[in-house]
Design a protein around this ligand. Structure first.
Ligand code: ATR
Length: 278
């Protein structure tokens, strides 16, 4: 049976084994998907050992996405633009790296949430790995304007510089801003910060939300709860990142197996499990 895993630290709460298990049963693919807890200083040796034992690939999660990209023999353009990879395929010629996070977000926002990004004003809050993974795929949907706001403004500027040529090709205005000076009235506000994990509140004022805006947190579960409450309190439609998680997994499944699973029943199962838990 072909073997895959999610490699990270921590990984014990990862939902990826459940999601890929559902995909495998649904598509009739014979594969096993487990968790690989990787020591913080040993990503490459741990994944090499996994590959040497016959595995076919892995997903990569916090904090190894940058290392995964750097260690790969070749990568997709979307992974290069993000400088990070969440999917590795162990090819005979070496590791092939991809980043399916942005495609996952875009599928969830456009298809599942029914929000058309073209021509809209977007605020992307955060400039770490999570933000880097989604900016390129968002620009490709040809929004009118994207502002990247971050606590450390220089990181937002760096991300903007790297994506400026793509923004120009897509006819989108792209700029960087500080959290307290990022403008008002965005139709889509995306939270890609780790602020909630540090016990902090939403790092931007409610004036960033246009009437009826979609307010999207790339996290899910308790980590997204504060943001969703904030969205509801200010008349926005809140959405957590559970759909993005399932969609990025489907895209990774396609990279490995060449088959696209149906994400709808898997997302519905996860949503009802999380409703039961809360
Ligand atoms: P990830 O890979 O999840 O994006 P990361 O690369 O560590 O993780 O990035 C975390 C993001 O959350 C960064 O944009 C960070 O801002 P800084 O670049 O200024 O560090 C942001 N962040 C973390 N804690 C925050 C807080 N309490 N308030 C606002 N932003 C925060």
């Amino acid at each position: 049976m072909d073997r895959y895993a999610v490699a990270g630290n921590p990984v014990e709460h990862s939902k990826s084994p459940f999601i890929h298990g559902c995909f495998a049963r649904q598509t009739g693919q014979a594969l096993e998907y487990t968790r690989l807890l990787v020591p913080l200083d040993a990503f490459v040796p741990a994944v090499k050992a996994f590959a040497a034992a016959g595995a076919k690939g892995c997903n990569v999660t916090v904090p190894f996405k940058f290392e995964a990209h750097a260690a790969a023999a070749c990568s997709t353009e979307r992974a290069r633009l993000a400088g990070a990879a969440n999917t590795l395929r162990f090819d005979a010629a070496g590791w092939f790296a991809d980043n399916t996070d942005g495609a996952g977000l875009v599928a969830d926002v456009q298809r599942n949430a029914g929000f058309d990004v073209a021509g809209r004003d977007l605020l992307l809050v955060g400039a770490g790995g999570a933000a880097a993974g989604v900016l390129g795929p968002l620009l490709e949907l040809r929004p009118r304007r994207v502002v990247v706001a971050n606590r450390s403004v220089h990181k937002a500027q760096q991300l903007v510089r790297a994506h400026q040529p793509l923004a120009e090709r897509c006819g989108a205005e792209l700029s960087a801003a500080a959290l307290d000076g990022c403008g008002t009235g965005y139709q889509l506000v995306l939270n890609a910060t780790a602020a909630s994990l540090q016990g902090d509140g939403v790092p931007v004022p409610a004036s960033v939300l246009a009437r009826g805006a979609l307010a999207y947190d790339m996290m899910y579960g308790p980590a997204a709860a504060g943001f969703l409450q904030w969205a509801a309190a200010h008349g926005a439609t809140g959405r957590d990142g559970l759909g993005m998680l399932v969609e990025q997994a489907a895209e990774a499944f396609f990279v490995w197996r060449g088959v696209r699973p149906d994400t709808t029943p898997v997302l519905a199962q996860l949503r009802s499990a999380s409703a039961r838990a809360s």
